[in-house]
Design a protein around this ligand. Sequence first.
Ligand code: TYD
Ligand code: MG
Length: 450
Amino acid sequence: MKQTTSFTCTVCGTAYRKWAGKCDACGGWNTIVEEAPLSTGPRSLGAKGRPIPLSDLATEEAPPVRASSGLEELDRVLGGGLVPASAILVGGDPGIGKSTLLLQAAASFARKGLKCIYISGEEASTQVRMRAQRLGLTDARVALGAETNLRDILTTLDAERPALAIIDSIQTMWLDSVEAAPGSVSQVRAAAHELVTFAKRRGVAIVLVGHVTKDGQIAGPRVVEHMVDTVLYFEGERGHQFRILRAVKNRFGPADEIGVFEMTGGGLAEVPNPSALFLANRDQPAPGSAVFAGIEGTRPVLTEIQALVAPSTLASPRRTVVGLDPGRVSTILAVLEARCGIPFAGLDVFLNVAGGLRVSEPAADLAVAGALLSAREDVAIPPDMVLFGEISLSGALRPVGQTENRLKEASKLGFSQATVPSHSKFEGAAGLTVRQMADLTAFVGEMFGA
Ligand code: TYD
Ligand code: MG
């Protein structure tokens, strides 16, 4: 068999024929490494691979019976509970709370009668037990293991046949058949492949923990995203207590659903009503602040978008964006300049979503524009107003989905006005005064008198 080597980016998993200093796909420097391909061996197309007519497939197959974790925020993100024999990847920055979350989840599943095994490749069993003690979980019947050799782990799992096995983390696992260091792309992929195959064959649900890596030393969770059924990312700002578990891929439920937790001294606590969580103190009108009535997954969440605009001393002024897509922000700045004649050249722009939430809805455009204009003109947006709407390149405002839900939530949280695109569809305004605007120019004129 022909053995060729290939090159892979350790951060995003993109394959290259040749080495390069920079990954074109994710922009990382020095993240591309050489790796030997997995030998696949001879292939045969036996009876198992024979295609079956679609019409012959059993239609009465029941939907999977999901197991509830007892943690509503987790169940929601999983699409209603844990699907047996599924493979789940939980990614996140080191120290964000992945081990804490999964130990709590395992204990919670165990209390509901599910057999759970938690295998740590990073900490000794005593360390995990100490953490469990601190979290008040010592009564839960979770089997703990400290092991990194995947053969041993698979043997244990095969003997024990738990309903759920947690592997913390996939980057510490290694297979003796792969000649590469633990944490390399080849090892991480091979280990994940073995575990996912095991999950399907033996009916064991498997959770793989993956640390998000910034440099090229260790492969990141993205290199195994395509192998698993569900990809969850645990996000949050280090200094903030809030943590968001976000489904970015889910074969068994809606993607983009979020679960919200708070990191406390006693572990992660669920936050069942997060809609007001990301609003800063809003007694005083403050220039540069706009409240966006957003939808995260199936729930409305109100967030404060904060902008600071200041004269720049740099040849190319700063564009610092936290919690929003920087590309989207550049577009909004360009539209403000080209369609409304409001330049941001020579000005540093800082944009931030309060509370550490990441907002990816285009519906946030209008609130972003509002915050930018408010900061630039030093005119506050009324503190009892919410904004939402998509901005098109022409400067027109486009209506967005779930207008009514957004308005209802804003009303519930004490807001009394909303600015939305013309032709937005809603039955009732939930007691809010709703202003509808056709384009950004009308918005600028009305709000800032420019
Ligand atoms: P951890 O779950 O170890 O993160 P990860 O597995 O993603 O690397 O969490 C580490 C952080 O969480 C650590 O800085 C301490 C904090 N923490 C708490 O604040 N409260 C707690 O009850 C626990 C267990 C951890
Ligand atoms: Mg950990």
